[in-house]
Ligand binder design. Structure first.
Ligand code: EPZ
Length: 421
């Protein structure tokens, strides 16, 4: 398993230059899955070259989709006339996004079987919202020892209230409804920009989806789509990750090819700590500073502070002068990484699975860590660059799942990270 050797700056600001943002992981994966809704080809551009994209391609090829790489970041998907309906067990288990294939396969073929999806260990991550909705649309759900088997001779449209505004449930049910004859209405939907991007792309290909990006989405469905092109939008979580790194280690580091307006909550939180943030239409420029003010960081569904940036942002809070509070409202297991940051020298009290206090500023010292999930892994990389002395981060596959060549890109602006296989 590969690991990163990170040389710590000990608080000095050494990153400068231009850092372009890649295509959005949590957007491209759903567009790949959307190939199930098409009769003919789907073209996808600006894909980030990350592990989850290749896993999703493996899964789709196993189901019968023919995939050609037509350029470095472009793929062409040719769906089969008939899909295989059992998702590959190992691949599906390796990432959460496999769940978005289930509804479209069920609607297209009348049956689907799959294991409970895997992915980041940040909480229970149940799938009851999906299963309840499939039942409302006429499906019968059976849970075996290893897999779920869901059958629906003919799915029917329904009015569905999501018990929680789940991002992938909103996307999965929206795509499922495209193939179900009649009008389906989804209430209490997630409003993330990736959902709007997905609906816009499907509508351009002939779907009739209204309200995406708001809490109520209606879909008039019933036909396969003919063909379509998806241009992956920039990754707002990657842009936010780089802005946080820049606030700690940057000196005139410009983050480009991004959409600052999609991470307003993050930029406002940076400003609240005292960081001067300049934003343009598609760039962010931060003037890092030596001392930060403490804040209360509360994660919320979009447009609130994104849960995916809670871990990276906590490294700033270890350098803030005073007591900060982290309140992780979305996942019950997303503060576990803090014990590693504590062992680097941070003063942290874990109050309960959702809340922690951080007293700063404290000197962080480099140490050996194991990346437990994608965003905690990025937080460890950030802490390693801030720390005095070197750090070793194991299990970097978790970071490669969502960040393309992260060490090469950070080294190009002044970091000192070595990948050791
Ligand atoms: C998506 O995960 C993202 N992943 C996550 O990003 C992100 O953290 C999350 O949305 C929240 O923004 C992808 O898009 C691939 P949820 P998702 O369903 O859809 C509960 C990253 O690092 N819930 O919105 O799985 C759930 O337990 C990843 O890029 C149910 O109770 O998240 C959680 O508490 C990590 N039942 C809450 O909803 C369900 O059936 C929100 O989860 C589904 C979810």
């Amino acid at each position: 398993m590969a690991k990163f050797l990170v040389n710590g700056f000990g608080g000095k600001r050494c990153l400068s230059g231009t850092l372009p943002v890649r295509g959005a992981k949590n957007s491209v994966l759903k567009a790949q899955a959307a190939s199930i809704l098409f009769k003919k080809e789907l073209r996808l551009n600006n894909a980030p070259l990350i592990e989850d994209v290749f896993r999703m391609n493996n899964l789709l090829e196993d189901l019968g989709v023919k995939i050609d790489r037509i350029a470095k970041r472009s793929f062409k998907f040719i769906p089969p006339r008939e899909f295989k309906t059992a998702l590959d067990y190992e691949i599906s288990k390796s990432f959460r996004s496999s769940i978005v294939l289930t509804g479209p396969i069920l609607a297209r073929e009348g049956v689907v079987s799959f294991p409970h999806p895997g992915g980041c260990v940040i909480g229970q991550r149940p799938i009851d919202v999906f299963l309840d909705a499939f039942k409302k649309m006429g499906a019968v759900v059976k849970r075996g020892k290893r897999v779920y088997v869901i059958e629906a001779k003919k799915m029917k449209p329904a009015e569905i209230f999501l018990k929680t505004p789940s991002v992938t449930a909103t996307e999965t049910l929206m795509m499922t409804a495209v193939l179900v004859k009649g009008k389906t209405v989804l209430y209490n939907c997630a409003c993330e920009p990736e959902i709007e991007a997905l609906a816009g792309f499907l509508n351009k290909a002939g779907a009739d989806i209204r309200g995406a990006g708001t809490h109520t989405v209606s879909v008039h469905g019933g036909e396969l789509l003919s063909s379509g092109v998806f241009d992956t939008p920039p990754d707002r979580i990657e842009a936010g990750s780089f802005a946080i790194i820049s606030a700690l280690c940057g000196k005139d580091l410009k983050i480009t090819q991004c959409e600052p307006r999609q991470i307003r909550a993050v930029l406002e939180s940076l400003r609240a700590t005292g960081v001067a943030v300049e934003e343009g239409r598609n760039y962010i420029l931060l003037n890092a500073r030596a001392a930060f003010r403490p804040i209360t960081l509360k994660t919320r569904e979009y447009p609130g502070f994104p849960t995916d940036l809670q871990a990276p942002f906590s490294i700033i809070l270890t350098q803030a002068k005073g007591r900060s509070l982290i309140f992780e409202t979305v996942f019950e297991g997303r503060l576990n990484y803090l014990s590693d940051i504590q062992r680097m020298g941070a003063e942290i009290i874990l109050c309960d699975p959702h809340r922690a206090t951080i007293d700063g500023p404290t000197l962080l010292r480099g140490r050996e860590m194991e990346s437990p999930d994608l965003r905690a892994g990025l937080a460890f990389l950030t802490a390693g660059m801030v720390a005095k002395g070197d750090s070793v981060i194991h299990n970097v596959y978790n970071i490669d799942r969502g960040y393309e060549n992260i060490e090469e890109r950070l080294n190009a602006v002044g970091a000192d990270i070595k990948r050791v296989n």
